[in-house]
Design a protein. Sequence first.
Length: 261
Amino acid sequence: MRLILLGPPGAGKGTQAQRLVAKHRIVQLSTGDMLRAAVAAATPVGLRAKSIMDRGELVPDEVVVAIIADRIDQADAKRGFVLDGFPRTVPQAQALDRLLAERGLALDGVIELKVDEGILIKRIETRVAEMTARGEKLRADDNPDVLRGRLVAYRAQTAPLTDYYARKGMLKSVDGMAPIDTVTAAIDRLLSPGGTGKAKATAKKAKPAKAKSKAGKKGRKAAKSLKKPAKKSAMKSAKKAGKKKPGRAKSRTKRRLTKAG
Ligand code: AMP
C-alpha cells in the first residue's frame, strides 16, 4: 500500500502515519524526520537545510525529491509506504509521479486531514507555554510565530496539491479535528474496499464496506442496507441511506495535543 497524508503542520499526520504503519506493515517516510536526522548528523544536506527549516520555509524541491527517490528504493519500502510531509509542492508531486511510474508503482490514495488553523495555533501556543514552564527543550521551529510561517507556506505551496490529486480522482478527506481514534477509524474506512473519498470522520466505529456493493456514491451505507435479505428494497434503502448526512464527531476538544506533523 502506498499512501500520501496531506495536511498542515500540526494536523496529526505523524500520528496517523504511525498507525497506518502498524496496521498495514508499511514504512513511514517523513521528509521532516529525514531532514532533521541530516541536520543532526551535519551532512551536506543537513547543513543546507538547517537555517531554512528553522525559519519554517521549505527546503528546495530537488533536495527532498532526491531523499525520497533514494528512500523508496530501499528494501523496507517494498511492501509500501506512507508519505508524511511529502510532497509539499506541485513540482514535488510531479516528481513523485515520475519516480513511481519509472518503477511501475502507483499510489493507493491521498488522504487529506482537514483542520482549523486557528485551533492549531492555539494548541501550539499552549504546548509551548507548558513545555517552557516545565523547562523542556523546544524544537527550533516549535513556536507560534514559526508555525504561522509554516501555515503560510502550506497555504501557498502545499494546499494546491489537494486540487492536483482531486483532479486525478485520488483525494480522500477526513476531519482532522476529530479525536485521534476517530480520525484513524475514518481513514480505515476510506482505505477499505468501497470506501469513498467523501466520508467524514465520525465518532462511530468503523464498519468496512462490502467490496461488491454497486449502490453508487454512498457505497458504504448502501452496502449495509444490501446486507438485508429483502433484496427488492435494497436500492430503495440505499437511496434513503444516501440522503442521510454523515454524523459529526462528538467532541473536538478530546483530541490530544500532538507533535507538529
Ligand atoms: P515537518 O516535520 O514535515 O513539518 O517538516 C519540518 C520542516 O522540514 C519543514 O518546515 C520544511 O522546512 C522541511 N521539509 C519537510 N518536508 C519537506 C518537503 N517535502 N519539502 C520542503 N521542505 C520540507
